[in-house]
Design a protein around this ligand. Structure first.
Ligand code: ADP
Ligand code: MG
Length: 600
């Protein structure tokens, strides 16, 4: 056995295994370097998925010939002036990227410091550097990586198709661009432009929203809520999507810590927690969140790729995120995403969006919808007066003038009910269609949550206690949860074998179908994980309860009841979506209805 120190080229190749996993990681490192150099214009070219060429050109600080020589040496960095790992203000700091990339490719760097008369170029092949030589080039730096992984054929085999690699690389640029709206970015594959971002202007929120819109889509920007909160020096800003705008994966969730894109379990978990009762488990919101923590509160030196971080106080960060997101979502009130109406219109149009009507402009119509719903939350805020209770005797509410102006209410005035399931209301400039059951389910849930947090759930005694036959198992599993059900307003006791007797019901259900409710609850509870408290399954329990409550689908409502439902929706947080992230109502503007009929 010969124990020896490995030569630098071998060490760099080993490090490259971690730092340069695929072309996208090289692109990320190079663009980070450009940003660290203060660039405000960064142009990226990715050929053949980055295999034949990755080129990153910037207008940053540039390097002298001497700096060029050092830059490609291992652990050479200009970014730790005081050797202070606790105080990292740049994206880079490990001094590994250039030597690692250079160890597994043919690397060429041309650079000219701002104000210098000439540029210098340095090439590196398989880790061996030539001396820098004079070259032509403007101020800034251009790094060209050719034949990535030619020196490590094993890695080459793991590359996916050029298209997949390109999309990963593009994704890396997009993430960095989100955190740097002040800089212009372009990405091309050598022939076509894949991304072009102009520098965004305005204050932090305006510039960022502009940039997010360019990357995540207009739809997101139009349905995003601004978030801003701070706790013990840790600051959270960003934009989060309404729950009704959701996706099947978390791919549209972008998280940043001190300007660094991260994929951190803690942060993703906090987001899930904040949306928990607004979305079904397999749906994901869209968002971009920026955490800024003082040095010392966060460690970014966890992994060579720097996409993981460690917080000194993870609980604090989690609490900050969950609290701020919940607050922003509650503020949004009953607002549902504009895409809901657009989708509805798309479906209503023949052939899913194209129309044969002359003069009709389907795409224009879809775009016209984008303003729908905006401002509703603001207007709704004006109606926080005490609301008529849904369960109040109808007679008391019949007093509402039939001629009441729809303009007075964001969700309008009820005009009728269709199929004993949908409430149709007229607003100042459109029509609102409410899924009465979905809406009521959500209202029951929100009320139940509020009641649990305050004085407890109000109960209503039954005139005649009801005996419900459930069979041995059902009765036993329900009886085992009697205390918990009592907290939720449902008082049951075992009754002989295989039955329970119900004495009191949650008042907020109104006139409920006791037999159906208790049977369904017994079935569901039997399936729940016994370790889980019913309160943790509150959305499910409330869903079941609402199914048997007074506003279930198929139940006729009078005008007063319908209006009471609309008013309560306006005043209730999160009432724009069901417990599963589906919309509870759709609003169609008159202008859009006119387009449907080709009148515009
Ligand atoms: P790190 O970024 O961790 O310092 P790198 O290997 O990525 O390590 O880069 C080494 C050094 O080269 C940097 O510290 C910086 O001084 C210099 N450098 C790299 N890229 C650029 C660039 N685009 N413009 C100016 N200087 C650069
Ligand atoms: Mg770097």
């Amino acid at each position: 056995m010969t124990l020896r120190l490995l030569p630098e080229t071998t060490v760099n190749r080993i490090a490259a295994g971690e730092v340069v996993e695929r072309p996208a990681s090289a692109v990320k490192e190079l663009v980070e370097n450009s940003l660290d150099a203060g660039a405000v214009r960064i142009d990226v070219v990715i050929r053949d998925g980055g295999r034949t060429l990755i080129s990153v050109a910037d207008d940053g600080a540039g390097m002298t010939a001497a700096e060029l020589e050092l830059a490609v040496r291992r652990h050479a960095t200009s970014k730790l002036p005081g050797d202070d790992l606790e105080n990292i203000a740049t994206l880079g700091f490990r001094g590994e990227a250039l030597p690692s990339i250079g160890a597994v490719s043919r690397l060429e760097i041309t650079s000219r410091p701002q104000g210098a008369a000439e540029a210098w170029m340095l090439s590196l092949e398989g880790g061996r550097a030539d001396a820098p030589r004079p070259a032509s080039g403007g101020p800034g730096t251009r790094v060209e990586v050719r034949d990535l992984f030619f020196a490590t054929p094993a890695r080459l085999k793991f590359l996916k198709t050029p298209r997949t690699e390109t999309s990963h690389a593009l994704d890396a640029v997009k993430r960095l661009a989100m955190a740097h709206p002040e800089a212009a970015f372009s990405v091309s594959d050598g022939e076509r432009s894949l991304l072009k971002l102009a520098p965004a202007e305005g204050d932090l929120f305006a510039a960022r929203l502009d940039r997010l819109a360019a990357i995540m889509g207009r739809e997101f920007a139009e349905n995003a809520l601004a978030v801003e909160a701070e706790r013990e020096g840790v600051r959270l800003t960003g934009h989060i999507g309404l729950p009704t705008l959701n996706r099947g994966t978390a791919a549209m969730q972008f998280l940043f810590v001190n300007g660094r894109p991260v994929r951190d379990k803690l942060l993703f978990g906090a987001v899930r927690g904040a949306y928990r009762d607004l979305l079904a488990g397999d749906r994901h919101p869209l968002l971009a969140l920026f955490v800024d923590a003082p040095p010392g509160a966060v460690d970014v030196n966890v992994h060579p790729a720097k996409t993981e971080v460690r917080f000194r106080d993870a609980g604090l960060v989690r609490g900050l995120i969950v609290g701020a997101l919940k607050h922003a979502l509650a503020e949004a009130g009953h607002r549902a995403s504009t895409t809901v109406a657009a989708a509805a219109l798309g479906a209503a149009r023949p052939e899913g969006g194209t129309t044969a009507f002359p003069g009709a402009r389907p795409t224009g119509a879809a775009r016209g919808m984008s303003a729908v719903g905006r401002g509703l939350a603001e207007r709704a805020a004006a109606y926080h007066a005490p609301l008529p209770d849904l369960e109040a005797p109808p007679a008391a509410k019949e007093a509402e003038e039939p001629g009441e102006a729809p303009a007075d209410y964001p969700l309008g005035v009820a005009r009728g009910q269709l199929h004993a399931t949908y409430v149709v209301a007229q607003t100042a400039d459109g029509v609102v269609i409410v899924d009465q059951h979905a809406a009521h389910e959500r209202l029951v849930y929100e009320r139940m949550k509020k009641a649990l947090a305050n004085q407890g759930v109000a109960r209503q005694g039954l005139l005649i206690p009801e005996v419900v036959e459930l069979g041995e198992d059902g009765a036993a599993s329900l009886a085992a949860r009697a205390d918990e059900l009592g907290d939720l307003g449902l008082m049951i006791e075992p009754f002989g074998s295989g039955a329970v007797v119900v004495r009191e019901m949650p008042a907020l259900l109104g006139e409920a179908d006791v037999q159906g409710l208790v049977r369904d609850l017994a079935d569901e509870i039997a399936e729940y994980d016994e370790a889980l408290a019913l309160k943790e399954r509150l959305a499910d329990v409330c869903g079941t309860m609402a199914c048997h409550g007074s506003v279930r689908a198929g139940r006729r409502l009078n005008v007063a009841e319908m209006n009471a439902l609309l008013r309560e929706m306006e005043a209730t947080p999160h009432s724009g979506q069901s417990n599963h992230g589906r919309p509870t109502y759709v609003e169609l503007k008159l202008a859009d209805i006119e387009r449907l009929f080709g009148r515009r």
